[in-house]
Design a protein around this ligand. Structure first.
Ligand code: BDR
Ligand code: CA
Length: 314
């Protein structure tokens, strides 16, 4: 299947890219970058260098939003390091191509017209996807599917990772998320903390990556401080590879439990960036909810199946 990756690399974004490039089911036709884990200049540099690492510098990279549609960009240095790559960005091979001149949102639209049944994967703030939708709302009906890493619906106690109520990608651009979730996608799958946090890959399981070639070794190195951050937060020495788990939803959707229903995003105030899904139909009859299409949210994940898939790919 043809896929487009919108990303903010990012340690787990790098792991997602590694998974995409390793699996024969995927043909990555393009990649766009967005601010998030670091500035868009830095995430673009990281994307170009990661493609060099994987010897796939033939894949075009388009830089996108430097700021959210509303509010101010904030980065995730505590999780991914100042350079977005656990301090290893300069150790990646130099970029062997330049970013394309065309803006991410325009490139994404052009790709959706050029490739029938393109699947979009968005694993950063949703600013680029929202900008593309504003330019051409028909995007939602043209692409085969949109898979989003983002949100936290409160299952298993996961309500947020940047505030008690919000997950980072949604919190970073809540306006964009609200617009994207309101669009009538042919298939929209939202993979949030409810699913990704369920897949904790114990650090000893990653050891074989150290002997599996330059790319795998670098992913292993980048994963160590990233996992260390999670350890200081919840005491478990394990890798939570959010973005790679979202990519896996395109390959093995049966490894997730799904709930269907319309979704809304809280904008402003204490719960800014909170995602709410009316999967029980409790809000039926209310105009703001009735206007929204139903989408799928992953609310649980098969940790063993997903761990195996990732370890085989990296
Ligand atoms: C998401 O936020 C970013 O830090 C990660 O790359 C992932 O996309 C997890 O909340
Ligand atoms: Ca990301």
């Amino acid at each position: 299947m043809k896929v487009w990756l919108d990303t903010d690399p990012g340690v787990d974004d790098a792991l997602a890219l590694g998974l995409i490039l390793a699996r024969p089911e995927f043909e990555l036709v393009g990649l766009s970058t967005v601010f998030g884990n670091a500035s868009v200049q830095q995430t673009t540099r990281n994307a170009l260098r990661l493609l060099s690492l994987f010897a796939r510098h033939d894949i075009p990279v388009h830089a996108g939003a430097a700021q959210p549609l509303q509010g101010q960009a904030r980065y995730a240095a505590a999780v991914h390091g100042d350079d977005g790559m656990s301090g290893l960005a300069e150790r990646l091979p130099p970029a062997r191509a330049l970013a394309q001149a065309q803006h991410a949102a325009e490139a994404l639209l052009a790709a959706s017209r050029a490739h029938a049944d393109l699947h979009l994967l968005a694993v950063g703030p949703l600013s680029n996807v929202a900008l593309a939708l504003r330019q051409d709302p028909a995007l939602a009906g043209r692409v085969a599917s949109l898979t989003v890493m983002g949100a936290a619906f409160g299952c298993h106690g996961y309500t947020g990772n940047v505030t008690p109520c919000a997950e980072a990608n949604i919190h970073n651009d809540a306006r964009a998320a609200a617009e994207v979730l309101a669009a009538p996608w042919r298939a929209l799958r939202v993979i949030g903390l409810d699913a990704t946090q369920r897949v904790r890959i114990a650090l000893p399981e990653l050891e074989p990556l150290r002997q599996a070639g330059a790319a795998a070794e670098l992913l292993w190195q980048a994963a160590q401080p990233y996992a260390g951050y999670y350890q200081t937060r919840d005491g478990l020495a394990a890798l939570v590879a959010h973005d790679a788990i979202a990519v896996a939803a395109l390959l093995i959707p049966e490894a997730f439990s799904w709930r269907h229903g319309p979704m809304r995003v809280v904008e402003g105030g204490l719960a800014h960036g909170q995602t709410v899904q009316d999967w029980q139909g409790l809000a039926r009859g209310q105009a703001e909810w009735d206007a929204l299409p139903a989408h799928a949210a992953a609310v649980d994940a098969d940790a063993q199946a997903l761990t195996e898939l990732c370890l085989q790919a990296w």
